[in-house]
Design a protein around this ligand. Sequence first.
Ligand code: NAD
Ligand code: DAU
Length: 352
Amino acid sequence: MVERNILITGGAGFIGSHVVRRFVTKYPHCHIINLDLLTYAGNLENLRDVEGAANYTFVRADIRDAEAMRRVFADHGITDVIHLAAESHVDRSISDPMSFVTTNVIGTVNLLNAAREAWKGAFEGRRFYHVSTDEVYGSLHDDSLFLETTPYDPQSPYSASKASSDHFVRAYGNTYKLPFVITNCSNNYGSHQFPEKLIPLMINNIRTNKPLPVYGKGENVRDWLWVEDHASAIDTVFHAGVNGETYNIGGHNEWKNIDLVHLLCSIMDRKLGRAAGESARLITYVTDRAGHDLRYAIDAGKIERELGWKPSITFEQGLERTVDWYLANTEWLEHVTSGAYQQYYQEHYAQR
Ligand code: NAD
Ligand code: DAU
């Protein structure tokens, strides 16, 4: 008997595909409905290993389409939502902010309305899980950490759109008593990440002997978490989190961009049989990102104390696995770096 019909939005993307795979394989008594528009960032190749599972359904739909969201709730008897669909790349939000408003803000409100209407106030056993980012807290300029109580201070169009969607989710919880949880996570890395983001972009460029574009002086700091650990945290919060609560998720793993790029170069030199220092010669300093946040760092104490979650592997282990995956999946890289992405890449880096 099917216990729950869980709608996962953005399941063909980077993090979403790891969450879908985990839920489809770990919870055979739950039906997983993966809703994704398949933008440039969505790729069903990410889910080839689970697409034939009896408890899995893919629906191509746009969260910006309110009527389509209502239909999905009705057609599939949705009991829970894990909402990841979003425009997720900061650089794209600088060149095209409106796409971030329509998808991240309006799309989230469409889902909230669809859930509210479908569940008709019978909220017992229902859950709307909103996946958000640490970027809503802004940029750190001292050695403090982001807590769940840190005031919102988004600095980019992307983080402003995610902050706005978080506010809407809380407002629906307060106004309509919609049962929700929110998590705010730090930078993810791992397999199946679109190579516009720092780590896969650097791996791909080292592999193909292209320049490694480091923004500004490379002094910005990010807190990196292995994507499968994020998926395990989402699983934990989905099942054990308290309605109305927020949990920060992070890796306790801060790296300056330039140090991380050097580390990747040395791993790649070893894997590709290059002389030490060869890949690092590709490092090229380019014009900084506009309004570039200096440092993000999460205090993930609450989720560890209250729900017993913590990362399962070290950064060194995660990076080895990640580099190995990209080197073993060059066909995947070729597929996602063709076509529209090539055009974006040329336009974006031509301006730097
Ligand atoms: P991604 O860009 O890899 O994937 C986004 C997915 O959403 C894609 O499959 C895309 O097709 C889909 N999508 C986009 N617009 C849509 C629309 N209008 N309707 C339906 N589907 C649509 O993103 P990601 O890195 O996997 O991030 C997933 C979520 O996690 C986002 O909400 C993001 O804000 C959040 N997050 C990401 C990170 C990170 O480091 N990547 C960290 C914290 C939080
Ligand atoms: O903190 C969580 C966020 O992490 C998520 O919410 C976002 O969806 C995700 O994209 C990520 O945002 P960042 O802007 O931190 O990630 P990105 O990989 O784009 O950049 C990481 C750092 O590397 C940042 O300081 C900018 C820098 N950078 C990035 C690129 C793509 C470069 O120096 N060169 C590059 O070519």
